[in-house]
Design a protein around this ligand. Sequence first.
Ligand code: UD1
Ligand code: UDP
Length: 363
Amino acid sequence: MKIITVLGARPQFIKAALVSRELRKEHQEIIIHTGQHYNRELSDIFFDEMNIPQPDYNLGIGSDTHARQTGQMMIELEALFLEEKPDIVLVYGDTNSTLAAALAAVKLHIPVAHVEAGPRMYDKTIPEEANRVVTDHISSMLFAPTPLCLDNLHREGLTKGVYLTGDVMLDCFLHFSKEAEKRIRILDELDIKQGSYLLATVHRASNTDKKTNLQEICKAFMELAKDIGLVFPVHPRTEKYLKQYDLYQTLANTPNVHLIKPVGYLEMLVLTKNAKKILTDSGGLQKEAYFAKVPCITLDTVSAWPETVEDGWNMVVGEESDRQQLRRENIINAIRSFEPNKKQHNIFGNGKAAEKICDLLVC
Ligand code: UD1
Ligand code: UDP
């Protein structure tokens, strides 16, 4: 079978790493990189560290408005799909690259398989929500990572070709942990100790593009850093806005705040596993905090992974009554007071999602 995998952004490289390895045991895989992410620390580093085969094509689309970026991807993907004639197009997650590939494929009557189908935030102002909903509804195979995702799909009438597989991010977390612990020295490099720092990431449009939200987040970080170290690998989108709002230098000059470039997957695993608590608006990092049993504070009004909230390991700080506005005191109080449940339930599967997906794909 000939499978085209379309990737474009950081979390997709990670999600594809082990599925690709598994697929290639018996099938032909062609990887198309849309070029949505292009900085080395958002793209190439993952191919190198996680041994992901180099893309067969890189479309080099880069950053643009949603419509222009998605449209340009569709034009180029259509041409390649026509040339390569795949049996199936495989997409991951909820980025513009996911949507562009799914739309381009379905119009050519090529079946689409969607890994990480079914998360819902029920807010159409979130760009990823439109991407996931549309992709799910035009895919022929839907791989749901959790029972809740499966229920969400069923509620929308999607029942054919829908499978509960577990989460490929758990596969990666388990697979790469040993290597990360053996090889990575990032705690020494930053001169921080296990359990003695907070780990933070921010990149959602609702937080970066809205000045008051980014201000509240930064003020909370600076207040928290009076008592504890704070490691903040900064996404380029966030760096741009921090500079635009005159927050970057203040944050960088705050004692105990480690403002660093985005790190590779292995470095991030070590930072995650050894953090005291995590502050993030990243969907992927919320899950990894859960895998690592590190309490997570979600910098949003809703989580893409409510399973982790319900299980007592994640707390959302935005107030439903005051949508879109985060408050520094809520963030600070959450970090100081949130304690997780001791027990975890088996939400994300058994670490064998990649194998299961490959078996289903070819049956
Ligand atoms: C994208 C995804 C988001 C995902 C995130 C993972 C969409 C709509 N959003 O958001 O779902 O969680 O990736 O990180 O698809 N930039 C660079 N270098 C790069 C890439 C981006 O400098 O290599 C900067 C540019 O200023 C760009 C901005 O970041 O305009 C945003 O990049 P974009 O890919 O549009 O969205 P992300 O915020 O990265
Ligand atoms: N990540 C990383 N380096 C960083 C920040 C995040 O490797 O500096 C990893 C993180 O561990 C997770 C994934 O990137 O596996 C999450 O991607 P991101 O936050 O960009 O997107 P989201 O999950 O929100 O779509």
